[in-house]
Design a protein around this ligand. Structure first.
Ligand SMILES: [Ca+2]
Length: 162
């Protein structure tokens, strides 16, 4: 029996009055949540990124290079709006880091109330975070080294709602 000739069609326990039996419909794929980080792939130079503690920002090979100046623990950061109760995926690709790279999330630049992950060397850092309140938080990348001119190299930084 053709579905459109059936006396009633049930969808679960609910009878459906009209059934579409035309050509296959392609439903639009649900769009991925937008990246709350501006220019997280550094396709627009260092736009959107601020720097603190004398760090020097540049783009090298499509990745962000954070070079230590004369102060210790230079950092780069971006302010991100989050909504209470929502969960977010956070990802940072560390391509190079001779010194220690700290990935932090807090209420101000380089602050670490909600996230503080430090490590030497390359890594793909991922985590999830549920916002306790609606506010602007700061994702910071802190480069910790005692050597002026040392640098870390980062790419594909994202914060997306789950
Ligand atoms: Ca890139």
């Amino acid at each position: 029996m053709n579905l459109s000739d059936a006396p009633a069609v049930y969808f679960g326990t609910q009878a459906v009055l009209k059934v579409y039996s035309g050509p296959t419909q392609v439903w639009p794929v649900e769009e991925a949540s937008p990246n709350l980080i501006v220019n997280g792939d550094f396709s627009e130079n260092t736009n959107g990124w601020s720097v603190g503690n004398g760090g020097v920002l540049s783009v090298s090979g499509g990745a962000m290079k954070l070079t230590k100046g004369s102060s210790s623990n230079c950092f780069t950061y971006q302010s991100v709006p989050v909504v209470a109760g929502k969960t977010y995926d956070i990802a940072v690709e560390v391509l190079e880091s001779i010194g220690n790279t700290g990935i932090r999330l807090g209420t101000g630049p380089a602050q670490l109330q909600y996230l503080n992950s430090g490590a030497y060397g390359p890594r793909l850092f991922t985590t999830q975070f549920t916002a306790p309140s609606t506010s602007n938080l700061f994702l910071s990348i802190v480069y910790i080294s005692s050597t002026i001119g040392d640098y870390g190299l980062y790419d594909n930084i994202s914060i997306t709602e789950v």
